[in-house]
Structure formats: C-alpha cells, structure tokens
Ligand binder design. Structure first.
Ligand SMILES: [Cu+2]
Length: 67
C-alpha cells in the first residue's frame, strides 16, 4: 500500500531525515520518501499500518501531519 502524507513543520534536510527515520521506524513500513519541496511523504507500507500510527510517529518526531 502507498499513502501520501502532507507534513507541516519541515524546514531543512535534517527535518526530512527525521521524518523519514520516524516513518521507517514503524514496523510494516517498507520505505518513506520524504520531500521538503512538496512537504509530503510517500510511504510504502503493509496493510496493517494505519494512518493514525504514521501520524503519531511524525508527531513524536516533532512535525505534524495535515489532512
Ligand atoms: Cu530541519
């Protein structure tokens, strides 16, 4: 499955790396492609990884998922 998350609060490549690591640290997430320019993350994951889990991981890293 692939989910695109809109992310708020990223300002540099460090932020991108934080978000990427946070998402890829979730069991069942295969990869996360994070774009600073688009303020988004394309996440490839198993079916059992819900949106709430991804939102929580991003928030714990210090950023926010919007809509
Ligand atoms: Cu940054």
């Amino acid at each position: 499955m692939k989910t695109t998350l809109k992310i708020e609060g990223m300002s540099c490549e460090h932020c991108v790396q934080h978000v990427k690591e946070a998402l890829e640290g979730i069991g069942g997430v295969k990869s996360a492609k994070v774009s600073l320019k688009k303020n988004s993350a394309d996440v490839k994951h198993d079916e059992n990884v819900g949106l709430a889990v991804m939102e929580k991981a991003v928030e714990e890293a210090g950023y926010k998922v919007i809509a």
